[in-house]
Design a protein around this ligand. Structure first.
Ligand SMILES: CCCCCCCC(=O)SCCNC(=O)CCNC(=O)[C@H](O)C(C)(C)COP(=O)(O)OP(=O)(O)OC[C@H]1O[C@@H](n2cnc3c(N)ncnc32)[C@H](O)[C@@H]1OP(=O)(O)O
Length: 170
């Protein structure tokens, strides 16, 4: 339902994992239709220039928010292409109000756009991105991931967590 937290897909994910000490701890919420929102507060560890967020970290926040759209579509997908615009510098300590929406689905291709605003959900747009995600099978992760982490994720007694680690919306 709109407003509901989607929860982390994998607890070690750099974007959303609760157990990832270096991560962004992004918590995405369902929006209206195939859309999501999330908030991310820039920490001192995310600096690129004194007191300013690193652009790559901001793109990660956009990527993760866009990736969360797969949950709304119940599709397993990975980022194939991500094009970003940096419109305003984002100071450390500021909160990025993120929103992403799916714009089209064509076979395995999922097109989407996202933006991050500062100063409030209706504040000026600081960063934006257009993405192409590509639907993949579960084997994309099990074949390509490092075996240690695959085994650890599969061994979790919580079966919902196991499914989520591989980006399947249960
Ligand atoms: C809840 C989840 C949150 C997750 C948030 C984080 C998301 C991520 O960061 S995922 C990690 C980063 N991404 C990756 O590691 C992906 C690495 N790339 C790959 O594995 C592959 O290149 C992959 C799967 C994207 C595509 O390969 P493959 O499955 O062989 O598909 P392929 O046949 O080449 O392409 C399928 C279609 O997509 C198109 N396509 C694929 N890549 C691109 C691209 N970069 N640009 C444009 N089009 C592309 C192809 O042209 C093709 O189109 P069509 O069907 O019209 O011919």
């Amino acid at each position: 339902m709109p407003g509901e937290l989607l929860g982390a897909h994998y607890d070690q994910c750099f974007g959303c994992g609760e157990s990832q000490p270096h991560g962004l701890h992004l918590a995405a919420r369902a929006g209206e239709g195939v859309s999501v929102t999330a908030e991310f507060t820039v920490q001192p560890a995310h600096q690129g220039a004194p007191g300013l967020a690193h652009g790559g970290v901001l793109v990660t926040a956009l990527d993760e928010t866009l990736g969360s759209l797969s949950w709304m579509l119940r599709i397993i997908a990975v980022t194939g292409r991500l094009e970003s615009d940096f419109l305003r510098p984002v100071p450390v300590g500021s909160t990025l109000y993120l929103s992403a929406r799916c714009t089209a689905v064509d076979g395995r291709k999922i097109y989407s756009s996202a933006e991050g605003r500062i100063g409030g959900p209706d504040g000026p747009v600081a960063v934006r991105a257009d993405a192409l995600f590509v639907e993949v099978e579960l084997g994309h992760f099990t074949r390509n991931g490092r075996p240690e982490e695959i085994k650890a994720a599969m061994a979790d007694p919580d079966q919902v967590k196991v499914a989520r680690a591989f980006e399947v919306n249960p």
